[in-house]
Design a protein around this ligand. Sequence first.
Ligand code: GLU
Length: 465
Amino acid sequence: MTDVRVRFAPSPTGSLHIGGARTAVLNWLYARSTGGKFLLRVEDTDPERSRGELVDTILEDLAWLGMKSDEPIVYQSERLVHYRKIAETLIERGAAYRDYTTPEELQAMREKAQEQGEAAFRFRADRDKLRRGEFSGSGAHAIRFLALDEDVTFTDGVHGDIRFPGTEIDDFVLVRRDGSPTYHLSVVADDYAMGITDVIRGNDHISNTPKQWLIYRAMDWQPPCVAHVPLISGPDKKRLSKRHGAASVGDYRQKGYLPEALFNFIALLGWSPGKGDKEIFTRQELIDAFSISGIQKSSAVFDEAKLVWMNGEVLRNLPLTDFVASLRFYVTPPVEDDYLEKVAELLRPRLTLPSEIQEKGSYFFQEPDEWDAKGRKKHWSDSKLPTRLSQYITALESSEEFAAEALETQLRSLCESWDISAAKLIHPVRLALTGRTASPGLFEMMEVLGKSTCIRRLKRALSEL
Ligand code: GLU
């Protein structure tokens, strides 16, 4: 059996969105699961729509998701001569012709067809003449494939056997009047040249396949196996778009999502490893479970809430040093590693995104600039609080061991001596230290903040009471 060779072939006309990334992920998983090769090809033949800087962004986003080309990246813009040669070969074989119709004539032909009530305008010049290479005209011209009326059949890895009526395929352009190749020509030329064995791509390409198969047939080339993956829709069943929060991979990357979480999420969009309810997989587990037959026939639903959840799960399970590393970028002002590690341990259960560290743990990095208004009303209105707080500060000042357990014993025994519940002091102290009414365990937090910070903040709160 030939070794599997698959490709992901982005057109650099936009950034890498979730749909594109899903195609890349499925190809990558297939390559890895079969010991084959995953290749990248940049489809930049359209100079007007392709943007150089997007190529870098797309490649960086792919690399961030852990996907790199196993061979040098192919750039279609560097292969124009090659496509041209194939178009000429198709002409020599009587499978394509030079078409001198001007855009104006083309427009008039379309309008006429419409007036006559034809569903679609079709090129039907004298086919025998065209096949013999007898073309009329001179100057600028397109090269068109001479479509046959024979049906095209292929077996799709997702949808099974598909038959496409030849009568529905019009003579399609291979090379435009400006000399640029069309997608159909370049994709077939390159898939063949790169030895691609399997094409896994979005369902939006399914109607392109018959045309491409005609080119393979005319060139006497064996077409690859093909699998068209159902598109992704939003929860409202409409095609996925920005409206659904479905930003580009780069946007998720910027927001601090973890590549492993996004990879996991994307892999499960319309593909199931068949492991019951389990949803968090390592990359290796995904590779081991991958098969094209696990791809669903119906469209996958994009659920951003699930991605958020997955990211939290993956984040919480990272080894501590990796977790800390993921947070560092979001912490201002910068803090020592040891300190961040302690903060990370405390906040880990509360974070779903590394970027949340600044918002959820701001008091670890800066003095709270205000105290929650509701909290003040609820926890700071007891007239005895100032006296108690000042006694507590005195006790803290003389405490030798500033560790969670000792701090807890100290606070509780103080409250006992006043004959009040510990909560009566815990809540006001938390508010004073963090400005908030909720935080990780008070004593663990105090240990991390340290003695001088705690005392300073308590004194400041006391002056506010
Ligand atoms: N460049 C095409 C796209 O972005 C790839 C088509 C293909 O995979 O055949 O959709």
